[in-house]
Ligand binder design. Structure first.
Ligand SMILES: O=C(O)CCC(=O)C(=O)O
Ligand SMILES: [Fe+2]
Length: 267
């Protein structure tokens, strides 16, 4: 039984463990690693976050209009290099093999400036390079349904990329994926296939939900930024930043053009 809804349902209760299971992850597209990061390491990150937040964010920040939860401000060095903690490479080797690279590292937070829900989507349609990517979400706060914890549609990565970018309508399919909203504590982390559908509710408890969101991929992808382990398997590199420059004409360029025309007409 492979690549069916039943094969997802058979393992969905094994989605969280202190030991990573590549077989479960293959079926579900999501896995929760429990107590995986050494406590002193997590405490140092939490301390760094508090100092950074109080000094630079608490009084107001430049909320990202395209994606309010995605923090725009430059992270301090200790938080910018979190992905180098060895447990991450050890886990991702089991998915991607010996050579693992970084695609992107950022924070996604729900504080008083970005407490709203995030609509159901998959991330792959926003990525450059190869589609064989995973996110890891590393909480520095508690995470639950009340402070906007993420919900994952286990198995939905099996459908691959749906052809457009935006809010998915789960009712447009004649099957339903099991939904899970894991409670997380600092020290845990979540691994998610980038094609997996996910969403999150509003933060109604008022306890800030703080997570790093790191995207990793095999080291043969030319969009890699740094190595987690192994060696580069490509000699060609290019940057995903400001990707519209790679097009003469495109959907995004058309939207920009239409928006400019609309603004000019309205004026
Ligand atoms: O922070 C969240 O709840 C979800 C963020 C997310 O999925 C994204 O930015 O792609
Ligand atoms: Fe996402």
């Amino acid at each position: 039984m492979k690549n069916t809804l039943a094969s997802v349902e058979a393992v969905v209760d094994h989605i969280a463990s202190e030991t990573f299971s590549p077989d479960v992850f293959k079926e579900t597209g999501v896995f929760v690693m429990r107590n995986a990061i050494p406590a002193p390491v997590v405490q140092a990150w939490q301390q760094e976050w508090r100092t950074f937040y109080d000094a630079q964010l608490a009084e107001g920040r430049d909320v990202n209009k395209a994606n309010p939860v995605a923090l725009k401000e430059q992270l301090p060095p200790k938080l910018a290099s979190m992905y180098k903690e060895p447990v991450f490479a050890e886990t991702f080797k089991q998915i991607f093999g010996d050579h693992v690279a970084l695609y992107n590292h950022r924070f996604v937070i729900k504080d008083k400036f970005s407490s709203n829900k995030v609509f159901l989507h998959q991330d792959s349609c926003y990525h450059l390079g190869n589609l064989n990517k995973c996110s890891m979400f590393v909480p520095l706060s508690i995470v639950n349904a009340d402070n906007g914890g993420m919900t994952f549609y286990a198995g939905s990565h099996k459908l691959g990329v749906l052809g457009d970018a935006g809010e998915i309508n789960p009712d447009s399919f004649d099957f339903k994926w099991p939904k899970i909203t894991p409670e997380l504590n600092p020290g845990d982390f979540v691994i998610m296939n980038s094609a997996l559908w996910h969403e999150s509710g509003p933060n109604v408890s008022g306890i800030d939900r703080i997570m790093a969101d790191t995207i990793v991929q095999p080291a043969d992808d030319p969009t890699g930024k740094d190595l987690l382990c192994g060696e580069w398997q490509t000699d060609i590199f290019y940057s995903p930043t400001n990707y519209i420059r790679y097009f003469v004409n495109s959907r995004v360029l058309k939207l920009i053009k239409y928006e400019k025309e609309r603004a000019a007409t309205a004026a």
